[in-house]
Design a protein around this ligand. Sequence first.
Ligand code: HEC
Length: 139
Amino acid sequence: MKKTLISFCLILVTLLGACNGSDKREEHSQNSMVEKNETLIIPGEDEVIDAEIVRKGEVLIAYSNCYECHKEENKAKGPSFQAIAKRYPMQQVYLDHLARKIISGGSGAWGYPVMEAHPHLKFEEAKMMATYILSLEEK
Ligand code: HEC
């Protein structure tokens, strides 16, 4: 009887140890994800974009709540617009992707907390906003 109790305790201790260990590993991999996220740059040629779309995107952003979490040059609650512009080439596929993300919100691409959703925006509006953001890349 005593023996079973002892081996039961041993198993328990081992299990607890294993849980702790995996917690630590998870923390570590999350940290390295943040580093990778900040520096990830997707290669690709920029497409030429109509200046009128960029201007409309700028106005739409000015009338929305984006600057509560984003700044042009420095990170805030979310990544800076310049950092976003540096990551994504000015191409339709990335503009579509970013427009969808602006509308649905989410996390995981930069290692910041969640971006809130903007379900009231039309896809075309969100895409103009994304076009303006990607036009801000430092040259
Ligand atoms: C509540 C804070 C908050 C608001 C308001 C907000 N954002 Fe964000 N935004 C974030 C965060 C946090 C991230 C990073 C999400 C991630 O790591 O995937 C982000 C990421 C982004 C990205 C990059 C997405 C990607 O997948 O690379 C774009 C583009 C963007 N925001 C545009 C906007 C626009 C346009 C608005 C206004 C309509 C806006 N954001 C409003 C917090 C916010």
